[in-house]
Design a protein around this ligand. Structure first.
Ligand SMILES: NC(=O)c1ccc[n+]([C@@H]2O[C@H](COP(=O)([O-])OP(=O)(O)OC[C@H]3O[C@@H](n4cnc5c(N)ncnc54)[C@H](O)[C@@H]3O)[C@@H](O)[C@H]2O)c1
Ligand SMILES: [Zn+2]
Length: 365
């Protein structure tokens, strides 16, 4: 199924439920004013408590919040952390009129949103994403959940936040690796939707980020994510565009985790995009010249990820485990050109191995 984005930025706007602002305290103050003072709950991890809480301390009535802090790190995106939040809500008198505010990266927003969505059959929640990845991806779109039985996001629900408030000031304490991890999802948004977004991303100086420029780029990136989510909230068809780079990317991510050299999600997706751009060339006629340009640019940001031919079968197997596959097919989202997406493309094992060859040659010298 082919899909070409029909809207350009001049006619796109953010939904009312997502605000990109440098007036965070005012926006949050307004949001919480419609909830009872004794029903406000704040979920953070240790890092967001340390680095991000100080940025919201001037919010009117902030002292009314009851706070819970969970340990940071993907390994704590677990049932026991969800339980910790449920217990805290239960013991602190939360009810259906309560508001849960999740302040943190994608780990906190996924987990806190899930806990809020299931507590007493669902209480309202607000996401304040504090990493670039969570600002442009995790905090919008309504996917919530946690890791279980060794599988990522094995348990979860889709439920939309009451409000998402994005402020780039949080990004100033984030390390470069986490910045570029989030940037990969922005690159993906450019590739699946818009030449214009891709062009601004290519111009941006990631080593000396101009946060005012970044703010505008984040807003446009979120608009692209929303554009696909709104058309297909439950990922039956075109929301799959957002999986570009992720089939091979997830295989790299799981593989490196098994080898105890975990890759950040965005880095895995960036590497996956290089291989899937090549597959797009093989399978959908993506132009050769642009492929080489884009792979060179992506490699210049993310560096090298050397792979061995001996591992191709393992990668292939891991791609087969992707939960977006139906039956035995390995399902790819590819692009015919920048902004033109093909979903549900089946690729042969030979094509996949050829794409891995292209990636290997680029990375092993
Ligand atoms: N729901 C979705 O649609 C969706 C989409 C993409 C990713 N995700 C999920 O998001 C998670 C990854 O998100 P992430 O990359 O934000 O990881 P993360 O939440 O683990 O954050 C990365 C690290 O940065 C720290 N941190 C957070 N904000 C900070 C700040 N402002 N300054 C300094 N340190 C800060 C965190 O404590 C953590 O140590 C994964 O669990 C993934 O499954 C969800
Ligand atoms: Zn992703």
């Amino acid at each position: 199924m082919q899909f070409k984005a029909t809207e350009d930025f001049s006619v796109m706007t953010l939904k009312k439920s997502v605000v990109v602002t440098d007036q965070l305290e005012n926006v949050l103050g307004t949001v919480i004013s419609s909830f009872p003072d004794d029903k406000l709950f704040l979920v953070m991890d240790r890092n967001s408590e340390r680095f991000c809480l100080p940025l919201i301390c001037d919010t009117p009535n902030i002292e009314r919040f009851k706070k819970v802090v969970i340990p940071n790190g993907e390994e704590h995106k677990s049932l026991s952390s969800v339980e910790q939040i449920w217990l805290f809500l239960s013991q602190s008198g939360a009810d259906r009129k309560s508001l849960v505010v999740n302040l943190g990266g994608g780990m906190v927003t996924d987990l806190g949103s899930f806990a809020a969505s299931t507590f007493k059959r669902g209480v309202e929640f607000v996401n304040i994403p504090t990493t670039l990845l969570s600002q442009v991806d995790a905090s919008v779109g309504g996917k919530t959940g946690f890791n279980f039985n060794g599988f990522k996001n094995e348990i979860g629900v889709i439920n939309q936040p009451h409000q998402v408030i994005i402020d780039t000031r949080f990004l100033k304490t984030l390390d470069h690796e986490n910045i570029i991890s989030g940037y990969a999802e922005m690159i993906k948004h450019g590739l699946i939707h818009s030449q214009e977004h891709l062009a601004e991303l290519r111009k941006f100086d990631l080593h000396r980020p101009d946060y005012a420029i970044l703010q505008g780029m984040i807003a446009r990136s979120v608009m692209i994510k929303e554009y696909f989510v709104e058309k297909d909230p439950r990922e039956k068809n075109i929301r799959k565009a957002l999986n570009f780079g992720h089939t091979i990317g997830h295989a790299f991510e799981s593989y490196s985790l098994k080898k105890s050299q975990p890759l950040l999600h965005g880095h895995a997706v960036a590497f996956g995009m290089i291989a899937e751009l090549y597959l797009s060339r093989l399978n959908c006629g993506f132009p050769d010249g642009i492929l080489h340009h884009l792979s060179g640019w992506i490699s210049s940001i993310y560096g090298k990820y050397p792979i061995e031919t001996a591992d191709y079968e393992t990668f292939y197997e891991l791609m087969g485990h992707d939960k977006k596959n139906e039956g035995k097919r390995i399902n790819f989202t590819l692009i015919t050109s920048v902004g033109e997406v093909e979903i549900n493309r089946d690729c042969t094992k030979e094509q996949i191995f050829e794409a891995l060859d292209y990636f290997r040659e680029l990375n092993n010298d």
